[in-house]
Design a protein around this ligand. Sequence first.
Ligand code: UDP
Length: 327
Amino acid sequence: MSKQILVTGGTGYIGSHTVVELQNEGFDVVVVDDLSNSSIEVLDAIEKITGKRPAFEKFNLTDQEKTNAFFEKYRRIEAIVHFAAYKAVGESVEKPLEYYHNNLVSLMNLLGSMRKHKIPYMVFSSSCTVYGQPEKLPVTEDTPRKPAESPYGNTKAVSEDIMRDFARATEGINCIALRYFNPIGAHPSALIGELPVGVPNNLVPFITQTAAGLRDELKIFGDDYNTPDGTAIRDYINVVDLAKAHVVAINRLLNNKQKASYEFFNVGTGEGYSVMQLVKAFIKATGVELKYSVVGRRAGDIEKYGPIPRMRIMNWAGRLRKHSKKH
Ligand code: UDP
């Protein structure tokens, strides 16, 4: 029987695209999700795209009993890709305890289960938010981490530390954290994409929902940043490329190519675009007149992650791919 990959948060945005890429590569996938920010129909879409429906269990991974029961039932799991987490920066400022509890307890339950059930590998969904507002751009893996700007960011930094310490201390456990820049876009089939429950927090789903008439207008959070047009800059990466980076990381672990029990990689494109550039590009590409207005900065936001617009510096997803092929 083939080994299985557990994808937590597998009906979510990046999770669902990663399930598709893993299944396309022939992996047998089981999804765990509590459906708190995604919908069960995503599984139908994954089945339509890949011809295969992943196994599915609905529960929240902070529940230790349910987590234990899950691993008793699924005995062929060899690696975990852990996405399941709360992810809204602004909300985390309002509800820090909920964020720390959900994001940290679920990780610790999973790591404990790895030790108990001898599951050697984890790929963890981290974020470039661990760099805070860096002194120098572009951000590389040598850039020092900074105290997080939000409780959400801090859950990612603390999760990385927990994983690093646990992997170091535990024979046979190997983890890779992928620090994403800003994933956007959708699978070319348009059957899956970014479909948050309720009002979107992220820029691109807010733009598309406004264009589709579901929201009145886009609010641009701040135009007084120290950037060419005053709006904040991010490095936006296509979600399918990001999903493929997870397959690369899984293969790196399964083929024992990792250089340390805990590794981390940035995953972005190396190109930065401002909020205003994105909005204008969307209007130009779709011909839809998007209603927008500028409001104050959002709590917990930083100025920029990407280099200045249009300067191509490096491609981390590409580098990660090359890096693992070399061995
Ligand atoms: N943003 C905005 N209006 C929105 C949502 C986001 O102006 O309705 C801005 C936000 O302030 C940031 C950029 O868009 O500068 C990307 O935000 P997102 O939440 O997508 O990603 P993150 O802040 O986590 O990088």
